[in-house]
Design a protein around this ligand. Structure first.
Ligand SMILES: [Zn+2]
Length: 231
């Protein structure tokens, strides 16, 4: 086998390794992350956190209302206990009781409103939970397929790596270094020659270049510097 054919084959293997590695990376990403699930979960968690906040508000306000109720009870005890005889004092207590009642009624209204919101949110959260659980199940079943695909790719990559080592064993160090250098500069190190032209830069080769390409040693394009391969 000519050196140029060998290095061309190395490039084909490298390109396959590159493509399959990228594919594997994409699959691994889909195994570890699922946008539909993550979005559904975030929606559920946001609703659940808002509900927790509502429940805390309810609890705090309920405790406040309880305090007002107890204070009102004390005033009522004084008002109707028969111990206070002074009319001015009684009027004062009546006014205070009226204030507390108003305050309590306001709090009760808010509590009722909060309770309605909490009940409605419960249904909503349950729905959102079902949605994210379904998304999770879908993702899990997709994972099975994806893991199979990943295993297949890993196997293919191992095969390609083996083939690469076999080719490398037959490529001299100098050629390999040149290949790596051109690859890092140009992206593609080896290009085919077709109808007398370098397919890397589309420039026609001279007669002598064409003659040399037909030989066993590696020839680079005098225009673009890539290694030439004549199939
Ligand atoms: Zn060229």
């Amino acid at each position: 086998m000519s050196s140029s054919k060998r290095i061309y084959e190395l490039q084909q293997v490298d390109l396959s390794i590159q493509a399959k590695s990228k594919e594997l990376e994409g699959i691994n990403l889909r195994i570890n992350h699922d946008e539909a699930y993550e979005l559904a979960k975030a929606n559920h968690d946001t609703a659940r956190d808002a509900q927790k906040e509502r429940e805390k508000q309810y609890k705090d306000l309920d405790a406040e209302a309880e305090g007002v109720r107890a204070a009102l009870q004390q005033i009522n005890d004084k008002l109707y206990g028969g111990k206070i005889k002074n009319p001015k004092e009684l009027v004062g207590y009546e006014q205070e009781a009226g204030m507390f009642k108003g305050n309590l009624s306001g709090k009760d209204d808010v509590l009722l409103e909060l309770m309605e919101k909490i009940d409605a949110a419960k249904t909503e959260i349950k729905k959102l939970q079902e949605i994210y659980k379904t998304a999770e199940t879908d993702w899990q079943s997709r994972k099975v397929t994806l893991t199979g695909q990943a295993d297949q790719l890993k196997e293919e990559l191992a095969g390609l790596e083996k083939k690469r080592q076999e080719i490398l064993a037959a490529v001299d160090k100098e050629t390999l270094t040149a290949y790596e250098n051109i690859k890092s500069r140009k992206g593609q190190a080896v290009v085919r020659v077709e109808q007398g032209r370098c397919l890397g830069c589309r420039v026609s080769l001279s007669i002598s270049e064409l003659q040399r390409v037909k030989g066993i040693s590696i020839v680079t394009c005098s225009n673009c510097g890539r290694m030439l391969y004549l199939s």
